[in-house]
Design a protein around this ligand. Sequence first.
Ligand SMILES: C[S@@+](CC[C@H](N)C(=O)[O-])C[C@H]1O[C@@H](n2cnc3c(N)ncnc32)[C@H](O)[C@@H]1O
Length: 271
Amino acid sequence: MGESNAEHIQKKYDTEIFSLLTTIWGENLHMGLFEDPDEPFDTATERATATMAADVRFKQGQRVIEAACGIGGTARHLARTFGVAVEATNISAMQLDRGRELTDHAGLGHLIRFSYADYHELPFADASFDVWWCQEAMLYAPDKERVVREALRVVRPGGRLVLSDLLFDAAMPEAEREPFMQRHGARHFWTIAQYDDLLARLGPRILVRRDWGRHVLPTFESVTTRFIAKREEFAAKTSVAEVDTVVARLAMQRDAARLGRLGWAYYLIAA
Ligand SMILES: C[S@@+](CC[C@H](N)C(=O)[O-])C[C@H]1O[C@@H](n2cnc3c(N)ncnc32)[C@H](O)[C@@H]1O
């Protein structure tokens, strides 16, 4: 039998080199919203979460499902700041374990539960959450309509969906899309126009829509600087070849961002 999409992603995320790369991103495996390109990377990634969260207007005790939670940086931010209960879901066993560890260490275990779930098929009842949240993870989803339908199903009427994703800008040449995705490791990049079309077709009300494309370059520049500083340490733990592959991939990502070929968008949607 062929490898499923989830198996392919698990294989990528549950490797030593990827977990080392994760340490470079910090607790947030997502884009940074920069006020100054030289500011600390963690400040920018936290700002992205905080900016979206401010639009939601959380109330203490609300229930949030985070789809594709990484190692739980956002879940901890939401639980700590607003006192909400977060079901943090992912298909990477390694990231779920790391998320639990960091959450226990932060004393937030009573507010956050980590569990395995593919965002295409959530093991939760209809209308069981107030908010569904997904950051920089839909680029791995082969069936985005199904993911959004699942989000609309598990959130109560009047609840909210928060969605951000790394995208192709329309400027990315067609012929370069497939090779870029192959090397990036995420095989399902969309454009903002595709998201607009899907959401228009499914019909929920869009409350906020932001094009944050200009922040992609500073994000990959920061990650590169931090990764290069650890190059030798990481090569000793994995191999020179694996480290070089990451460095080359980061160069490809920076080049594409510099040419305006990558985008980043954020939507707040009423369920
Ligand atoms: C770039 S990381 C973003 C993580 C997190 N949202 C954050 O902002 O820190 C992408 C995440 O998507 C997860 N993922 C990929 N495919 C998934 C799927 N089918 N269902 C659930 N999670 C998935 C990966 O395991 C990874 O944690």
